[in-house]
Design a protein around this ligand. Structure first.
Ligand code: SF4
Length: 314
């Protein structure tokens, strides 16, 4: 990441509030889970202008539910005017016709909507508060506007057997990409790991069945994330990506699995924060945490915390 004067990619969790309360939510989001110190409209718009000025090519919005933020459209307008590509990770409930028209006008690069079952009962059992029919309807609206939506499927014990059925539905609906990978052991998924996580064998069988379906179906491109969160941490710690993660209160974290915060965008500029992210990855406490988490998944319970990383050597 030291090769770049700005992040190539910024992941921005606009709010931790969400209409959903998914059993496997990595961020522990929900209707009453907004953080008390989330960034204000002015702070968000300032950050959006900085992103455009620095020439960050790509911003991915998540949450919580990013479309529920009252200033999300203003942020999008600033980024689109600045030539920044926009990706949105959403449950789709707020993507009515008018919203999809606006996304089309903004030429957003990627909208990802989660569908976790071949039936409403499975999807809504895993994702209370995230409607099944409305999620598909949002996908249909995006397809009809040529926006090429992506579908995200999170495998658990409760739905892994339906992975191919969801893929086949996605093929019929015109989804561009079917995105899946091992359940991440973070947030509520970590807290309910025994009840939710499917075995490695179940996941490997589902992944192979999806590969076969993608060869048969002429359906969506299949994007299989290759590893779980512990391998993700190790890989990124060895060779950090040129990216930053901004959480709802403006703290800059290294990765959603890591509790370390390198900077605070409420009080610092993105330009000042960027070299601190690279320095934080090199800190012994960060590298040590990653190493210990390989054999102690209990450390992952800290993922959604923000610890100040000592940057005396930054
Ligand atoms: S829709 Fe996404 S952010 Fe909201 S609770 Fe579910 S997994 Fe979490």
């Amino acid at each position: 990441m030291g090769d770049y004067g700005a992040p190539l990619f910024l992941a921005w969790q606009l709010t931790n509030r969400c209409t959903g309360s998914c059993l496997h939510c990595c961020e522990e989001s929900g209707p009453d889970k907004a953080w008390p110190d989330e960034m204000s409209r002015e702070q968000c718009l300032s950050l959006a202008r900085q992103i455009a000025r620095m020439g960050v090519p790509y911003v991915a919005f998540g949450g919580g539910e990013p479309m529920g933020s009252p200033h999300v459209w203003e942020i999008f307008e600033i980024l689109a005017r600045g030539g920044v590509e926009i990706k949105i990770e959403t449950n789709g409930l707020l993507l009515d016709d008018a919203a999809c028209d606006r996304l089309k006008a903004l030429n957003v690069a990627c909208v990802q909507i989660s569908i976790d079952g071949a039936t409403a009962a499975v999807h809504e059992g895993l994702r209370p508060g995230s409607g099944y029919a409305p999620a598909w309807e949002a996908i249909d609206r995006l397809v009809s506007r040529g926006l090429g939506p992506e579908l995200v499927f999170i495998p658990t014990k409760l739905n892994v057997s339906g992975a191919v059925a969801v893929y086949e539905q996605a093929a019929r609906r015109g989804v561009r990409t079917f995105v899946t990978g091992p359940l991440m052991r973070l947030g509520r998924a970590a807290a309910a790991w025994e009840a939710l996580a499917c075995s490695e064998e179940q996941w490997a069988a589902a992944a192979e069945a999806l590969r076969q379906a993608s060869l048969r179906e002429k359906g969506p491109r299949l994007a299989l994330y290759p590893w779980g969160i512990q391998a993700e941490m190790k890989t990124r710690a060895e060779s950090p990506q040129a990216m930053v993660l901004v959480v709802p209160n403006g703290r800059v974290k290294l990765l959603n699995a890591l509790p370390f915060a390198a900077a605070d965008l409420k009080t610092e500029t993105l330009a000042a924060a960027w070299p601190k992210v690279a320095a934080a990855w090199r800190r012994p406490e960060v590298q040590d945490f990653v190493r210990r988490a390989q054999s102690d998944p209990g450390l992952l319970r800290h993922a959604n915390e923000c610890w100040d990383v000592a940057l005396a050597g930054a």
